[in-house]
Design a protein around this ligand. Structure first.
Ligand SMILES: NC(=O)c1ccc[n+]([C@@H]2O[C@H](COP(=O)([O-])OP(=O)(O)OC[C@H]3O[C@@H](n4cnc5c(N)ncnc54)[C@H](OP(=O)(O)O)[C@@H]3O)[C@@H](O)[C@H]2O)c1
Length: 319
């Protein structure tokens, strides 16, 4: 089969690779579409290797058709699924633990389905499980127009939250308002902490962190949960601990990719139980910025590199 390999000069080449060999409890999916994530850019740069046991090539989420199952499996050959992967999605086929695949929600296309698992599982893990978000909470999401932000803003609204989010342009501000965001901060023009002081945050999903984190934490609601999931804005910051401990604020670090397959399966189960009806009812939309053929993976990466995307970018492997 073929997969996208990263060559020494960092170019992406559609190359011959060995067929996947399923381990106990794994199924094989014939991939139709694979969605991009910023982690792919980091992996391509050599900074984010896949967890042990997964293919070397990029790709954290796919949609497709089950083409092989072990005896006694809950899936049948021919089932349409989407799946969360530790890697290996930029390819024609992938072997994946049966529990890391989910049925494609009714009315959702293969392209849309590929863009669900990573963004929505990350949002669910952080807002609901780590953040213990409940109806009426004020939820802060960095990068509301990103692939992940598109999912998080809608999930927080679906769960009854008030959403405050950041964007880097006026176009993106208009976009996140269509997703339901209540308060939109243009990070290039406004002081984020000053706005948050007007809207004390109960739960934050923060992919930026950096030097402004301390000032933002100082505005949190009592007992608020601030979850750091990346450091796009930098890794160092100063925090006034006095203010922090008096208000009982929780600072939490979280990654989805490094969790065990069992834990990921639990997250996916809860996601299906609590959120799938949002897709089928049309209350939650999977917003696709652009689709490109898998052979144009470099062009697709450039969209994320330039921070142009409103929602997800998807590679089509098979029409
Ligand atoms: N820990 C986890 O489990 C986990 C899981 C999934 C994703 N993530 C992280 O979440 C972030 C979003 O992922 P994604 O796939 O949705 O990415 P994406 O679609 O490429 O979006 C990233 C967006 O972040 C915003 N941003 C803010 N400050 C930035 C900066 N200093 N440099 C670059 N971008 C900046 C930009 O939007 P604006 O210009 O509109 O601000 C950019 O478009 C990534 O950092 C990713 O690694 C973490």
């Amino acid at each position: 089969m073929r997969a996208i390999l990263v060559k020494e000069d960092k170019s992406l080449v559609w190359s011959e690779v060995p067929e996947p060999t399923p381990r106990d409890g794994e199924i094989i999916i014939d991939i139709h579409a694979a969605a991009l994530n910023r982690a792919d850019l980091m992996q391509r740069a050599g900074n984010y290797p896949p967890p042990p046991g997964w293919p070397d090539w990029m790709g954290l989420e796919v949609s497709g058709v089950v083409s092989w199952v072990p005896a006694g499996c809950k899936w049948r050959v021919g089932d349409r699924v989407c799946a969360l992967l530790g890697g290996g999605g930029y390819a024609e086929r992938v072997a994946v633990p049966a529990d890391m695949a989910l049925p494609i929600p009714e009315g959702i296309s293969m392209v849309e389905a590929a863009a669900i698992p990573e963004a929505f599982a990350t949002s669910f893990l952080n807002l609901i499980l780590e953040g213990r978000m409940k109806k009426g909470d004020t939820v802060f999401i960095q990068g509301g127009a990103s692939g992940l932000g598109m999912a998080a803003v809608q999930l927080a609204k679906y769960m009854g939250g008030k959403v405050v989010t950041t964007v880097g342009s006026d176009d993106k501000a208009a976009f996140v308002r269509t997703l339901g965001a209540d308060v939109v901060i243009n990070r290039k023009k406004e002081d984020i902490a000053a706005v948050l002081a007007q809207h004390p945050v109960d739960v934050a999903m923060d992919s930026v962190a950096g030097p402004h984190l301390g000032a933002c934490l100082a505005t949190m609601a009592r007992g608020g949960r601030w979850i750091i999931i990346s450091t796009l804005g930098g890794a160092m910051c100063e925090i006034d601990i006095r203010d922090f401990f008096r208000r009982g604020v929780y600072l939490i670090g979280s990654t989805l990719r490094s969790r065990s397959s069992e834990m990921k399966a639990q997250i996916l189960d809860s996601l299906r139980d609590q959120v799938w009806s949002g897709f089928t009812s049309g209350k939650i939309k999977v917003v696709i910025h652009q689709t490109l053929p898998i052979t144009q993976a470099e062009k697709a990466h450039a969209i994320l590199e330039k921070q142009e995307n409103l929602g997800k970018v998807v590679l089509v492997v098979k029409e």
